[in-house]
Ligand binder design. Structure first.
Ligand code: ZN
Length: 192
């Protein structure tokens, strides 16, 4: 079967995305083609718009230029830092409106007990910051995350007046990204 090269290329790229396989990528290609040139262009523009983003130099969330909306916001407490694994966790926490500090997007917690050089650098910078009142571990409720959190607590000993973690509420095995706003918000408020 001869599929046009441009479709083949599309499938190759898109099937590499999380939770999209070759079948979904193929369907997506034909869906867009059916939308006509304008539909395809709107999609292409939305994708290429992402290229103007880069990690925030402070917290490693995304930013258009320089600091992200949180680090650049003077009304947010810079002495309260929530550490999360993924940028999408930041969005989930923001939806709850339970937090008015800043973030540190650490990346996936290590499974093997060792932080990557990149993570070690982020941790070292946070320790060097000083004057941090609270560090909050805002991680998924999984044994893997618990293990990572205990390693991180050891690394960050003395880096803040207190280190807290989310209170009860998120079910065991639950990811904070998928917790409903109310549950996550109350877990945040009941941190200890
Ligand atoms: Zn930032």
């Amino acid at each position: 079967m001869n599929i046009p090269r441009s479709i083949q290329q599309f499938i190759t790229v898109f099937s590499g995305l999380p939770s999209i396989g070759p079948r979904q990528a193929t369907r997506l290609a034909f869906y867009l083609i059916a939308k006509g040139p304008h539909g395809v262009k709107a999609f292409a523009d939305a994708v290429s718009g992402l290229s103007s983003l880069a990690p925030c130099p402070e917290c490693f969330f995304v930013a258009e230029r320089g600091a992200c909306p949180f680090c650049g916001d003077k009304s947010r407490r810079k002495d309260s830092v929530a550490i999360v694994e993924r940028p999408t966790d930041v969005l989930a926490i923001e939806k709850t409106r339970a937090f008015n500090g800043v973030y540190l997007v650490l990346g996936d917690l290590p499974k093997n007990g060792a932080f990557s050089p990149d993570q070690a650098a982020k941790i070292a910078r946070l320790k060097a910051r000083g004057s941090v009142h609270e560090i909050i571990f805002a991680f998924d409720q999984t044994t893997h995350a618990d293990f990572g959190a205990s390693l991180l607590a050891r690394e960050l000993a003395g880096a803040a007046a207190k280190i807290t973690k989310l209170g009860r509420g998120i079910p065991t095995g639950g990811e904070i990204e998928f917790a409903d706003e109310e549950t996550l918000g109350s877990a945040f408020n009941r941190r200890s």
